[in-house]
Write a protein that binds this ligand. Structure first.
Ligand SMILES: Nc1ncnc2c1ncn2[C@@H]1O[C@H](COP(=O)(O)OP(=O)(O)OP(=O)(O)O)[C@@H](O)[C@H]1O
Ligand SMILES: [Mg+2]
Length: 342
């Protein structure tokens, strides 16, 4: 039982499942984040009053279907959105990202933040060897040229299970997708980042390679102390790989909790629908249940629950207001129905 859960059982405090145990150093703390885009068809609230923290050495997944705002959240953390689009607070350790100036953002991206994307080859230079690109990343991370740099590159390659002698002279297209993803993780490790963001980084890989890359990310968080934010459509993968899982729907966090507890104790109808749509391996011959209805983005002025049009337990007040979190040892859930049954 986690520290937060044991305190909840004792009735001493309400656990806040959007944050790790209160004893953990926070690597990332997002508070009241709101992102609004102006589109051709009107405004979109891509992230709506979202709060989530990740502790040092913790691995947290953000899951949700396409358009739910996962990448917008990571873009906000990376300081890539316009100041007129973003509101709230995002802290990386002690540093505030929102309203940071250009130089502060450059330093945060250079030393504190690392990203691994779905297509690692796309983020590597196709005509330069892996070795020279790693050496450049090492220098960008402040590691001096020469033997120190060679040692650092050899070490991170060994950490990700690659042999420097084999891969350094190769070009990205000469390596497999899984090997390139390992190179991307090695590059990230050179920075010793506070936070590593992996946005759909395993989606394009076959199941075995996906498992080995996920195991590597777990090693990065456990051994290097980096906080890892894993963004994925796949709730099964998230529950298997991460300490905590945060479920987003149309910009809102609708449920967050310990992965082990959410697997059997999910309370939000959307989380339950996502789980039903992901058959377990032993049930693989059964047809997955599609979530009925269609996804709609949140618009400015809509105060209701964004899932209400697809929700089997919708109530009248779901049309007009979004609930405060209902907290338990399983997790936090934002649902009128769950808060009634708490
Ligand atoms: N720069 C932008 N300008 C206008 N709308 C945007 C912009 N970026 C994202 N959006 C919209 O914000 C919403 C959330 O998009 P986002 O890319 O964050 O979703 P996602 O959860 O990452 O989806 P996916 O799983 O497909 O990657 C979508 O409706 C998208 O069209
Ligand atoms: Mg995305």
């Amino acid at each position: 039982m986690s520290f937060a859960q044991s305190r909840a059982v004792e009735g001493l405090t309400e656990p806040d499942n959007s944050a790790p145990s209160s004893k953990v150093d926070l690597a990332l703390s997002v508070r009241g984040l709101r992102v609004k885009f102006e589109g051709q068809t009107g405004g979109i609230i891509a992230v709506n009053d979202l709060s989530l923290s990740i502790g040092k050495g913790e691995m947290v997944a953000v899951v949700g279907e396409s358009g739910s705002g996962k990448t917008t959240l990571t873009n906000a953390i990376l300081g890539l959105l316009g100041s007129n689009e973003v509101d709230g607070s995002i802290k990386l350790g002690p540093a505030e990202v929102i309203n940071a100036n250009k130089e502060q953002l450059r330093n945060l991206r250079r030393f504190e933040l690392a990203t691994i994307l779905q297509d690692p080859v796309g983020s590597l230079n196709p005509v330069r060897t892996i070795g020279s690109q790693l050496a450049e990343s090492a220098r960008a991370a402040g590691i001096a040229k020469g033997s120190l740099c060679d040692e650092a590159v050899a070490k991170v390659l060994a950490d990700v299970g690659l042999d420097k002698a084999v891969v350094s002279r190769r070009l990205p297209h000469e390596l497999s997708g899984g090997m390139n993803q390992r190179v991307a993780i090695a590059m990230a490790l050179l920075k010793q980042p506070r936070l590593l963001i992996a946005d759909e980084a395993t989606s394009a890989l076959d199941v075995r390679t996906q498992a080995s890359v996920v195991a590597l990310l777990q090693k990065v968080s456990a051994e290097h102390g980096a906080a890892v934010l894993l963004v994925t459509h796949d709730i099964g993968l998230a529950l298997q790989a991460c300490d905590r899982v945060a479920v987003m729907y149309a910009g809102r966090l609708v449920e967050v909790g310990q992965a082990s507890a959410l697997l059997t104790g999910a309370r939000h109808p959307y989380t339950q629908a996502l789980l039903a749509a992901t058959p377990r391996y032993e049930d693989r011959h059964q047809r997955a249940t599609a979530i009925p209805g269609t996804f709609e983005v949140s618009r400015p002025g809509d105060q209701g629950c964004p899932f209400r049009n697809r929700c089997p337990v919708r109530q009248d007040r779901c049309d007009t207001s979004f609930p405060a979190p209902s907290r338990s040892g399983v997790g936090d859930v934002w649902c009128w129905n769950a808060s009634e049954n708490a």
